[in-house]
Design a protein around this ligand. Structure first.
Ligand code: I85
Length: 352
């Protein structure tokens, strides 16, 4: 990744136990590929978060991309990486700054005394946008931007940061041309624009998070308590959602407009991160009214449904990652076929 300089990642091969005391009883979270625990630096006494991954090319990719992104203020910092043996298996252990403020929406839910306002929502969207902008500018798509991956650094005045690079992907066009499927001479514009599919996944996430911030419930949900139902998939695909009263009646038209542009079903037509950051609403300050929102109250009243909301978003993202990969495959196939067609035409022409 270009931009700010950072020392190249050196993976430590000695036991992490030498540098850190693992607080095994303090589980901070369960990721898909690993547990997140608290630990303490033996020298400085500083608390850190630790994530264990079984070594694999995929795990190496996560570590590498996350480390390079750690220079961004709105991305959780990697402090150290170890390669250690655990239960006879080679593992990678990521030591991160410990985000003591917890998850974004728990924080909003706890807001009781003073109302959570539209302007504060805009500030939060600006911070998440800054993390995505940094990644997209550096040809990385996160592909798993969801509420539980957005954490505050501390309880008071903490910085909001994005974590978990388990699904992150390099989307460099130069990279995709390295695949022997086609030569650069023939590459079609739609092949070069494939990188936008992975990036547009993050933009859809921004839309869903912005919607929840402003009202406390998600734009798409399944009715029967299934993580993702056929009906919900249909609504996502066809972009069926509403801005119901009373939660949305006082929300500005500018905010609704940004959401519409983010939740556009056609990924090619969806807002890009640069366009998003240029929106007046996202710039915040005087551009956004300080309207009190229903979000905190709705999040509190519907707390029981929150795990469902999280499952639904995780599932929708998983579906999207697979769907976009398939679209890309089909488009690439078209392109390969066209290339063969061209060759055949050429041969026929020379025969004539
Ligand atoms: N600190 N997705 C949900 C956590 N500091 N958390 C998750 N993937 C990760 C957990 C499951 C995110 O890569 C995750 C990852 C990394 C972290 C992480 C990183 C740094 C934390 C899976 C906390 C924390 C610490 C102290 C207190 C509190 C939370 O989670 C709380 F306020 F909640 F009490």
């Amino acid at each position: 990744m270009s931009g700010q300089n950072r020392e190249p990642l050196v993976i430590k091969k000695y036991s992490l136990d030498k540098d850190y005391q693992v607080l095994a009883q303090e589980i901070l979270g369960l990721g898909i590929n690993g547990k997140v625990l608290a630990c303490k630096n033996r020298k400085t006494g500083q608390k850190r978060a630790l994530k264990i991954l079984q070594d694999s090319p995929k795990a190496r990719r996560e570590v590498e991309i996350h480390y390079e992104a750690s220079v961004c203020r709105h991305i959780v910092q990697i402090v150290d990486v170890y390669e250690n043996i655990f239960r006879d298996k080679k593992c990678l252990v990521i030591i991160m700054e410990c985000m003591l403020g917890g998850e974004l929406f728990s924080r909003i839910q706890d807001r009781a005394e003073t109302a959570f306002t539209e302007r504060e929502a805009a500030d939060i969207m600006h911070d998440i946008g800054a993390a995505i902008k940094f990644l997209h500018d550096n040809a990385v798509a996160h592909r798993d931007v969801k509420p539980e991956n957005l954490l505050y650094s501390s309880r008071a005045n903490g910085v909001l940061k994005l974590t978990d690079f388990g699904f992150a992907k390099r989307v460099n066009a130069a990279n995709s041309l390295a695949t022997p499927c086609y030569t650069p001479y023939y590459v079609a514009p739609e092949v070069l624009s494939h990188e936008n599919y992975d990036k547009s996944c993050d933009m859809w996430s921004l839309g869903v998070i912005m919607y929840i911030l402003l009202c406390g419930f998600p734009p798409f949900y399944s009715y029967r308590g299934l993580a993702i139902s056929p009906g919900m998939k249909k609504r996502i695909r066809s972009g069926q959602y509403a801005f119901p009263d009373p939660e949305w009646s006082a929300v500005s038209d500018n905010a609704k407009d940004v959401i519409r542009k983010l939740l556009t079903t056609d990924p090619d037509k969806r807002l890009s991160i640069s366009e998003f950051m240029k929106e007046e609403w996202v710039k915040g300050g005087e551009n956004v009214p300080q309207t009190p929102l229903y979000s905190a109250r709705v999040l509190r009243e519907e707390e029981d449904q929150w795990t469902e909301v999280q499952d639904e978003m995780a599932n929708a993202l998983a579906t999207m990652r697979v769907d976009y990969d398939q679209v890309k495959q089909i488009k690439t196939l078209d392109n390969v076929n066209n290339k063969l067609l061209k060759k055949r035409k050429k041969r026929q022409e020379s025969k004539e």
